[in-house]
Design a protein around this ligand. Structure first.
Ligand SMILES: [Zn+2]
Length: 171
């Protein structure tokens, strides 16, 4: 379920099992800015960073790593470099070790995004190999008309939380 909380200017995502993740307005605006609206715009992506309100509890995505040096970007592909991992570690240090790795994001040149086989393999690899403090990882695909949210966990299947239309919900 997706719910925009006007009071805190956050988009709240609730999974079927009841786990909640929120995205700050600033993060939504940054994601919105990477939409592949121009015909030449390459895919972009990075890591979602933020806090957990308590151990295993609600996550709040407050920052993201951005595409750039070391990444391979094309119209239909994005490969994260090691730099995102280093930036995640430095975020953890600069937030006095309260900042956490919460998930992954990337863009698609399609209106309402769905994960490709490559995406699903990448997400499963992340769930298996990466260290994360929450109950799972959030996966975001930024489409041109809507942004899609998926969640996965160590012993949970990857599930769609929902799509949020950009135009109806200007950020
Ligand atoms: Zn993709």
């Amino acid at each position: 379920m997706l719910q925009f909380l006007k009071s805190s200017q956050r988009l709240l995502l609730t999974t079927k099992s009841g786990w909640q993740v929120a995205l700050s307005e600033d993060v939504l605006q940054q994601l919105h800015g990477y939409r592949q609206t121009g015909s030449m715009m390459p895919e972009a992506g990075g890591v979602l960073l933020g806090k957990l309100l308590q151990e295993g509890g609600t996550g709040i995505v407050e920052a993201l790593t951005k595409p750039g040096r070391g990444d391979r970007q094309s119209r239909f592909g994005f490969f994260r470099s090691e730099r995102h991992h280093r930036e995640t570690q430095s975020y953890w240090r600069t937030t006095a070790q309260t900042g956490a790795y919460l998930g992954l994001w990337h863009t698609h040149p399609e209106p309402v995004p769905t994960p490709s086989a490559v995406d699903l393999a990448d997400w499963k690899r992340a769930l298996r190999q990466d260290l994360y403090p929450g109950q799972g990882l959030l996966f975001v695909i930024v489409g041109t008309d809507a942004v899609g949210f998926w969640i996965g966990g160590k012993r949970k299947r990857i599930e769609l939380i929902g799509h949020w239309p950009w135009e109806l919900n200007d950020v």
